[in-house]
Ligand binder design. Structure first.
Ligand SMILES: Cc1cc2nc3c(=O)[nH]c(=O)nc-3n(C[C@H](O)[C@H](O)[C@H](O)COP(=O)(O)OP(=O)(O)OC[C@H]3O[C@@H](n4cnc5c(N)ncnc54)[C@H](O)[C@@H]3O)c2cc1C
Length: 471
């Protein structure tokens, strides 16, 4: 018999466990989920309202997660963590977003991804300084997005680092950083010292004292507690021990740690928001009666269709997320493998991670709309709580890598091969080049040639060893 989902000691008012893909979770993961649901019922869901109303950082919710060990969920037991895997992470992110607070869930995603970026190359110093203290409630975040490259967050063009007497001088400008101004440590990516070209990036941990943020400027449609404003690190002197991995490890760190973990956690958040909206719609439509017809809203077949389709689509997306998380678990011996630079495991599943995020973000965008339609005007009012889920869910599509970018990645890879994705903006599109230059008249071609020769001379003078793609 399926266990009964409870909420404050009574049966849960939304969808029960029979609509959760529980055969994929271990008994321990299901216990952890029950703990998280209790925390949401006791405090986190109420705090979500305040965060949303007052643009307040969900500090208390993150403290609660810390008190129960969840800030170190994916950290091995020998370093004081709970030893969780990718599936544990997906379960936790989904649960916090569904029953508690989506802003907290997104801060949690960024925190765990920052932790995992460090744990890709764990050193004694990094573990002692940033990983073991997680039990005391310290949180980290990921500061990648650059004002000049928008959603192509893997191009930190406004940032850099130089070697100075055995340390690094790091500067970083970030246009978006979840928990900006509230995190204790920031994992940042910059162009490398002795930068040689666009995939030459390095990863540093920077302490809060070196990070300037103006959280008072943060205001957004949804995830309002998230505090995802810009931050700046101005010539901070960072000890060599805070370089994560070797100089130039950034691209591999993205493919092996940041992207797979972020895409798993954020997809789970979008799925959690979709399920949370369906929970609210169930409670409302089964509770409201139209006296003239004697029917509840839930008795109309139109409403049943809305809910049926939303559950089917969301559960397809959840199954995809749990399955990709399971693949990452198998590739990493349940998140226990320590990989040397040059060896990858998760990176082989990146194209699955892209599909997982596209599906989850697309689904939540539609589900929150259809649940609003199912609840009618009551859903539009703030007191039902649905409209917060609607606003929070809309972040999924636009958050980098955006769904426009992801479907391009997938379509290009399928049709033209993986190299055509051209993350690093290096492969010349010969067909477009020939087609566009072919349109020029002789004078236009000569003018272009003169300009290109001048650019080539300048590039050679600046860096004689620079490799340039051939036309
Ligand atoms: C709530 C929230 C929290 C965030 N938290 C963090 C964080 O903690 N750390 C962090 O580093 N970043 C974070 N981000 C930033 C995020 O990852 C993106 O960098 C950001 O959303 C990009 O916004 P933009 O206005 O610069 O978009 P732009 O990149 O300017 O995009 C504008 C439009 O162009 C489209 N577009 C862009 N490139 C292409 C392309 N190649 N092909 C087709 N279409 C394209 C986009 O899809 C979009 O429709 C957060 C964003 C949000 C919304």
């Amino acid at each position: 018999m399926t266990e009964v989902k409870t909420w404050g000691g009574r049966p849960f008012w939304g969808l029960g466990y029979e609509w959760d893909p529980d055969w994929l979770l271990t008994p321990h993961q299901r216990d952890q989920r029950a703990t998280l649901i209790d925390l949401c019922e006791q405090e986190m869901r109420a705090n979500a309202e305040r965060s949303d109303d007052e643009l307040r950082f969900p500090r208390r919710n993150l403290e609660l997660l810390g008190e129960h060990g969840f800030l170190a969920l994916t950290v091995p037991e020998e370093y004081g963590g709970l030893g969780g895997n990718h599936l544990s992470f997906a379960m936790a992110c989904e649960t916090i977003a569904r029953y508690g607070c989506a802003s907290t869930a997104m801060c949690y995603v960024m925190h765990v991804v920052a932790v995992q970026a460090i744990m890709l190359r764990p050193t004694l110093e990094l573990v002692e300084r940033y990983i073991r203290p997680l039990g005391s409630g310290r949180i980290g975040t990921l500061s990648y997005s650059d004002p000049q490259t928008g959603g192509h967050f893997w191009y930190p063009i406004s940032s850099g680092a130089e070697r100075v007497d055995g340390t690094f001088r790091v500067h970083k400008k970030s246009s978006w950083t979840t928990s900006g101004g509230f995190a204790d440590f920031y994992v940042v990516q910059t162009t490398s010292p002795d930068f040689t070209g666009y995939d030459d990036l390095s990863v540093f941990v920077v302490d809060a004292a070196d990070v300037a943020a103006r959280p008072a400027l943060w205001d957004a449609l949804g995830l309002r507690g998230n505090q995802s404003g810009g931050v700046e690190v101005t010539d901070a002197v960072v000890p060599a021990a805070n370089l994560v991995g070797p100089v130039g490890d950034g691209a591999e760190s993205n493919d092996e740690a940041v992207d797979p973990w972020f895409l798993t956690g954020s997809s789970a958040v979008w799925n959690g928001i979709a399920m949370g909206a369906i929970d609210i719609a169930k409670r409302h439509t089964t509770g409201k009666e139209h006296r003239d017809t004697g029917k509840r809203v839930a008795d109309y077949p139109t409403i049943q269709d809305y809910v049926g389709e939303a559950v089917i689509d969301t559960n397809a997306s959840r199954l995809a997320a749990y399955s990709v998380a399971g693949a990452l678990d198998r590739a990493t011996d349940d998140n226990r493998r320590v990989l040397e630079p040059g060896t990858t495991a998760r990176a082989g599943y990146l194209h699955w991670c892209w599909q997982m995020k596209f599906t989850a973000a697309k689904n939540v965008t539609g589900v929150v709309d259809s649940m609003l339609h199912a609840c009618g005007g009551s859903g539009y009012r703030r007191d039902l709580g649905l409209e917060r889920y609607l606003r929070d869910g809309k972040a999924g599509w636009v958050m980098g890598p955006s769904n426009e970018v992801l479907r391009q990645f997938v379509g290009r890879s399928v049709l033209l091969g993986a190299d055509a994705v051209d993350y690093w903006n290096r492969t010349v599109d010969e067909r477009t080049l020939r087609s566009e230059t072919g349109k020029l008249d002789p004078a236009g071609k000569r003018a272009l040639a003169v300009r290109l020769l001048a650019e080539a001379d300048a590039a050679e003078r600046a860096d004689p060893n620079r490799k340039v793609a051939g036309a």
